[in-house]
Design a protein around this ligand. Structure first.
Ligand code: ZN
Length: 135
């Protein structure tokens, strides 16, 4: 799992939305901690422009939207792509797919490439010469 997916989800996905998605009604910021068998509400939702968090007082632990998404088996990669799309964010640069043919000569220096082309030219000349003899 890439770090960027986690960061984007933590930044933009609202804890309340995730709880609602799971069918949990949220009436206040105090909730039953989704991360342990919590019989009495011991967790608190902190809503923030830069990203929501849940703090569980019982566990003394901070949880993020990404943790909740994983807990609810949400496809985090699909969620990430949706956020990027909705927010008009630029996707991280994808490594360009190299041509299969070029992959075989990745480390040739300029003079080597020239020699390589000279070799091909010579081969073509030889083939032409042979064709000349045959024809
Ligand atoms: Zn907890």
């Amino acid at each position: 799992m890439s770090k960027i997916t986690e960061r984007i989800i933590n930044r933009y996905v609202k804890i309340r939305k995730l709880l609602e998605y799971e069918g949990i009604s949220v009436y206040s910021s105090k909730i039953n901690c989704p991360f342990h068998n919590d019989l009495h509400p011991s967790a608190y939702i902190y809503e923030d422009e830069t990203g929501d968090t849940i703090y569980c007082f019982s566990e003394a632990k901070v949880y993020y939207p990404y943790d909740l998404a994983v807990l609810y088996h949400i496809d985090v990669d699909a969620l990430y792509v949706r956020i990027v799309d909705e927010k008009g964010l630029e996707l991280p640069e994808v490594k360009p797919r190299r041509d299969k043919y070029l992959e075989n000569i990745p480390s040739l220096a300029g003079h080597e490439i020239h020699a390589w082309f000279r070799g091909i030219k010579k081969l073509v000349e030889l083939m032409d010469a042979r064709r000349g003899i045959q024809g």
